[in-house]
Design a protein around this ligand. Sequence first.
Ligand code: CS2
Length: 494
Amino acid sequence: MEWTNSVEKQRLNKQTLALLPSSVIHNVSSAKAEIGIVHLGPGAFHRAHQAVYTDNAMEFGGNWGICAVSMRSTGVRDELAEQENLYTLAIIDENPSYQLISAIKEVLVLGEQRQQVMARLTAATTHIVSLTITEKGYCLDGKGLLDTAHADIVHDLANPAEPRSAIALLATALKIRMQQGIDQLTIISCDNLADNGAKLGKAIVAFATLSDKTLAEWISLNVCFPNTMVDSITPASNDELRARVAEAIQLQDNWPIQREAFTQWVIEDHFSGPRPAWDKVGVTFTQNVSGYEKAKLRLLNGSHSTLAYLGLRCGFETVNEGISHPALFKLVKTMLVEEVKVSFNAPDELDVDAYIDAILKRYSNRHIRHLLSQIAWDGSQKLPFRLLGSIQDNLAKGNSITLMAVGVAAWLHFLVTAAKTNLKIVDPLADKLISEAAYCAGNLADDVLRLLAISQVFPTTLATNQHFVNAVTNGYLALSNLNPTNIDEVIEGL
Ligand code: CS2
């Protein structure tokens, strides 16, 4: 995609760095960086979050560089190559700020550069592999275990020389590291899954065990998979952002990244080898990530998904539009305070009410255009961690699930509407979801039972829990008439 700004400016690259305003440049080390980190999945979130922490940490020593690996598409590599992997981070807030990010030193594409990727993964100088491959990239089943029937896993077992899943790719790299005696590696999941590091490690060991039991043991002894929590709202880039950045830095950066000012990274302090000085630039290292992770996945991501499916049904496009409607604001806040908050044990040091208020304030950021349709992607992979876990815990404790069940009901309506209007949805289970939703004939109770029977999403124990079924059915019924003209009446009636 070619983008040209209204007034021709010189392109951002190493030759034009000197023209940047001093406020934009924080760390551009002249020393040749050691690529100590390989990152799988260099999407917008990685470039706005982990790469920024690594860039900031350069100030505290250790010239860490990132080799970014796209699993499939060539876009990021080809885009960033045009400007020598330099890009601008735009912090979009009341007082926007801009920072040049130079932590990414190389971008490879697995499908085209397999040997270079493997060389980086197995290099003795590579001490960290991090991942943002989204929930679906872990090839897990409904129980959070490796799904050996997953198409990518089936392919990788049949084609060990050409793995296409991150799981098999890393198992292959670890086998080479084992054979060459190269340990000191920490593999860091940065995706929105509960127990993300543990799940990743178990999936890789499960894959390794299918072919080489000694590898599984070596991995368990030599490689660490810390759990993490990651957080910063990072909307997709667009031409409006490119124009803002061109004006701010007086250079043409075709691939800027935008995010909110708020950013948080909590990592389990369980490493095998060195790491950048992330602790010096705001990263929290702790032995107990679980409380932080549940707080973020359930309070932020759970309300995000609820807002996405309800807001789209109300005719809203962005998070800010949705949360700005009083009835939706009240529903989301009530759900968080009265239901989600009591579903888990937050860290003692976390003021949950203040955390909830901060989330709602972040959603109200009128400078951030965060599309509800983007948050609505991959619902089958997101809802189990974002809403269903909270619902199951509240059912076990006898706490209310009414409004969280409305969030589930809103997703079911999203599926049925897509099926009836031939709207393509982004979800690894799209075919299954849409084919079931297409059978929904308007008998609301039956429609709900049909969709709750999708066992890849709803555990049977939950789908057969009468309290849950009734709550989702009541929500589904109440939302069946929801439209942009009756939002107050319907939402306040929930
Ligand atoms: C959002 C997340 O798209 C989505 O599913 O809920 O990307 C959310 O913006 C981040 O987790 C915030 O840290």
